[in-house]
Design a protein around this ligand. Structure first.
Ligand SMILES: [Zn+2]
Length: 270
């Protein structure tokens, strides 16, 4: 079977080697994983998730009496934090998720990216564009998701200005002009059904709590008590706050669903 996240990771290594603007990225600190998404449904093809965002300021939820507007109860104080992901000895800074099978069926046709490419550009360049796009979200200052700098030097509040898409298309061109080994991007030329037929299946790294994955969570913190307001305790986090290699799992994706792969010889869970 074809390991899609592994193929993407190998391609990304080559992209970062050949595209100067992405050469600062240390892919050991970036983990690729698969999520499920139908090809015919609206939604993202891939997403860059940052794990280095600082803890939020403490806050709480509150409820008011509808008639009087008076504070009736509040939640415990909490901060919002990123979970930690450690693979071997390395702390992962970014996760990049690929939505399967949707990503595999992406094409320049009917895409607004098409205008950034030559009319005779091969349709699968849309996928290479997404790969570069997600890498470009990685912030060289390690401060989260890259902010776009406006011409006057100020930060743009939108990380997806028109310049972002243009720069991504430029880098796709730079990469291909550097004559990479075609076997590294060959897999992007095929849609999901073609890959499934050619490799008898498409698998990807996922997290064991699939369809969940490491996401920001709330953690209760001690703060000075306010008088006379009922405090609702916060639910403890329902997902892990620390993920390691043991929390990773291979899944096979099909057009309509995904299933866990059990290693041959592994004990079946009771
Ligand atoms: Zn984006």
């Amino acid at each position: 079977m074809i390991n899609y996240t592994e193929r993407i990771a190998l391609l990304m290594e080559d992209v970062c080697r050949r595209v100067p603007r992405l050469s600062f990225i240390d892919l050991k600190e970036v983990l690729m994983f698969g999520r499920f998404g139908r090809p015919d449904a609206e939604g993202a093809f891939a997403t860059c998730h940052c794990l280095t965002l600082p803890e939020s300021e403490p806050g709480y939820y509150f409820w008011r009496d509808r008639a009087t507007g008076e504070l009736t109860r509040r939640s415990e104080w909490f901060v919002t934090k990123s979970p930690e992901v450690r693979i071997g000895g390395t702390k992962i800074k970014y996760l990049i998720s690929f939505v399967l099978p949707r990503f595999c069926n992406q094409t320049l046709e009917r895409s607004r990216k098409a205008e950034l490419y030559a009319a005779d550009a091969p349709p699968w360049l849309a996928k290479l564009d997404t790969v570069v796009h997600e890498l470009y979200h990685i912030d060289p200052e390690s401060a989260g998701i890259r902010k776009l700098i406006r011409a006057d030097g100020t930060d743009s509040p939108h990380s997806h200005g028109p310049e972002f898409y243009e720069q991504v298309a430029e880098m796709v061109g730079e990469y291909l002009a550097a004559c990479p080994d075609p076997s590294l991007y060959e897999f992007l030329k095929y849609d999901f059904n073609q890959l499934t037929a050619a490799h008898s299946g498409v698998v990807a790294t996922t997290f064991k709590n699939f369809p969940s994955f490491p996401q920001r969570y709330m953690q209760a913190v001690e703060m000075p008590v306010e008088p006379l307001v009922k405090v609702e305790p916060l639910k403890p986090p329902s997902q892990p706050v620390l993920y390691t290699a043991d929390d990773l799992q291979m899944r096979q994706f099909t057009e309509h669903t995904s299933r866990r792969l059990t290693r041959k010889g592994a004990h079946r869970a009771a």
